[in-house]
Design a protein around this ligand. Structure first.
Ligand code: ADP
Ligand code: MG
Ligand code: ZN
Length: 482
């Protein structure tokens, strides 16, 4: 295997988060009953005419700009002709020789250093419907709800050199799409789909080998599995002196193998031609500039800013900026509590733990930033101990209560009042005359014993630092008295 260089290029279909489809007003909501979100346009009924969704165009441009692409104007839609039961028009409206975005790149971080992955194009196209085969009964159904859903197909140059690199690229791309709020990035639900192309060539050889395209991959894990399997398969064929057939293979996650879907001989001739029902899309310079100005800060820039602005360790910054809602949550907390590292500890620790535990995403956290700020403040002003705060976190998280009320109701307020603490201390010192004498005789380790006793008698509510100071004073004064 090490006799070969691996070459990988990726085609990603990102479903754009518009409310309506690419060429009609039908809803894009997920999970509706079959064939309830259709109209003459997306069903391809005779005479129906497509109207381009300008939101989808904006999203494509924003993505293109974030991926360092140039924006093609005018860009143009084209018909990609083929027959399939889930394609009622008999053609898909896509883009061919004038895609909306071209010639960009994505920088990724690999263990062995940074790499620039070139994007050759990103184009708009409509999705097809969904065939559903009822196994065993010889019946198939088709759901047209997905017909006409807006997709952006993002295609890389064959720049990747390993399955790990492919996964890092995909995750980086997903982060960007999610940050831009153009796609939810959910591979399991199919709103981000990936088709890797892979080939091998003898080490050092310049010319690329014959590629195989992999389909039906619906998680990051399967991207790696499918590529590793394909790399091994091709290496075995080549080592045996065989030739790779250019083909499309489908990944079967259950069996952990890929099977041939179609070979080059069966490849489609799509007979692309310009879509006569849609004008070329002119994009004024001002539109591009306005969209560029409104691009959000992306994860890499945000991570760097978190390190400089909040003096966070790189580990914290990377984790907190791994999603935009999480980064927003953190910043909302920092706005109300001026110790970023303390906020980071709570967010990365207790908060993420509780979210994971209850399977909630940060955007819907019942513990809103203002309540976490209130909790941190209770610790800061010594109303409760850090230990207590940690212990009550999960219950507090699940409740709707203000932390101050929660703590009050359960009598968890820390005793910091000197008078109250002195009474407790007095009692303990009196009860342990022999330990007291031993301490005064020089066994200062016994201080821990006394602190422990006072904490116990206060049911853990005494402020340990104060107890420590007051006890030392008390034991010293006892000595003078004797
Ligand atoms: P096709 O016309 O078969 O779709 P493209 O040239 O459009 O082929 O490329 C599709 C994808 O395959 C791109 O991501 C490209 O980078 C990748 N690719 C092209 N040639 C190779 C190769 N020899 N090995 C691996 N990937 C390749
Ligand atoms: Mg292709
Ligand atoms: Zn429709």
């Amino acid at each position: 295997m090490s006799d070969y260089d691996v070459v990988i290029g990726l085609e990603v279909h990102a479903q754009l988060q518009t409310n309506t489809k690419l060429f009609c007003g039908c809803s894009t909501a997920f999970g509706a009953q079959s064939n309830t979100q259709t109209c003459p346009v997306c069903l391809g009924l005779p005479g129906a005419l497509p109207v381009l969704n300008s939101k989808a165009v904006d999203m494509a441009i924003r993505t293109g700009l974030a991926l360092n692409c140039s924006i093609t104007t005018p860009n143009q839609f084209a018909r990609k002709n083929y027959f399939y039961p889930d394609l009622p028009k008999g053609y898909q409206i896509s883009q061919f020789d004038r895609p909306i975005c071209e010639h960009g790149w994505v920088d990724i971080e690999l263990d062995q250093g940074g790499q620039r992955v070139r994007i050759c194009r990103a184009h708009l196209e409509e999705d097809a419907g969904k065939n559903m085969h009822q196994t065993g009964v010889g019946v198939s159904h088709v759901d047209m709800n997905r017909c006409g859903m807006p997709l952006l197909e993002i295609v890389t140059e064959p720049d990747l050199r390993s399955s790990d690199g492919a996964v890092v690229y995909l995750k980086t791309l997903r982060d960007t799409l999610v940050y831009l709020e153009v796609c939810d990035g959910n591979m399991e639900e199919g709103s981000m789909r990936c088709e890797p192309n892979v080939s091998l060539k003898p080490k050092g050889q310049e010319a690329f080998g014959t590629k195989v395209e992999l389909k039906n991959i619906n998680s990051f894990k399967f991207v790696k599995h499918a590529l590793d399997y394909e790399i091994q398969r091709q290496a075995a064929v080549l080592t045996d002196g065989g030739k790779i057939t250019q083909e499309t293979r489908s990944w079967d996650p259950e069996r952990g193998i890929s099977v041939v879907m179609r070979s080059k001989e069966e490849a489609h001739d799509y007979r692309y031609f310009p879509e006569p029902d849609l004008l070329p899309v002119e994009i004024p310079e001002e539109t591009i500039n306005a969209l560029r100005d409104r691009l959000p800060e992306l994860s890499k820039a945000k991570c760097e800013r978190f390190i400089t602005e909040y003096a966070l360790p790189p580990y914290d910054a990377a984790l907190l900026t791994s999603s935009r809602p999480l980064a927003d949550y953190f910043e909302a907390c920092v706005a109300g509590f001026q110790n970023p590292k303390t906020v980071s500890n709570w967010v990365m620790g207790e908060l993420l733990h509780a979210l994971k535990n209850d399977n909630i995403d940060v955007g819907s956290s019942p513990m809103k930033p203002d309540r976490l700020v209130a909790l941190m403040t209770l610790v800061e002003d010594q109303t409760i101990s850090l230990k207590t705060a940690r212990e009550i976190f999960l219950d507090l998280f699940r409740s709707q209560q203000a932390p101050a009320d929660f703590v009050q109701e359960r009598g968890l307020t820390q005793i910091s009042d000197d008078g109250a603490l002195e009474t407790l201390i007095d009692d303990i010192v009196r009860k342990h005359p022999s330990q007291c004498a031993e301490y005064q005789g020089g066994n200062e380790k016994l201080l821990g014993f006394f602190v422990g006793q006072v904490m116990k008698s206060s049911k853990g509510k005494a402020n340990p630092q104060k107890v420590n100071t007051l006890l030392q004073q008390r034991l010293a004064s006892e000595k003078v008295a004797t």
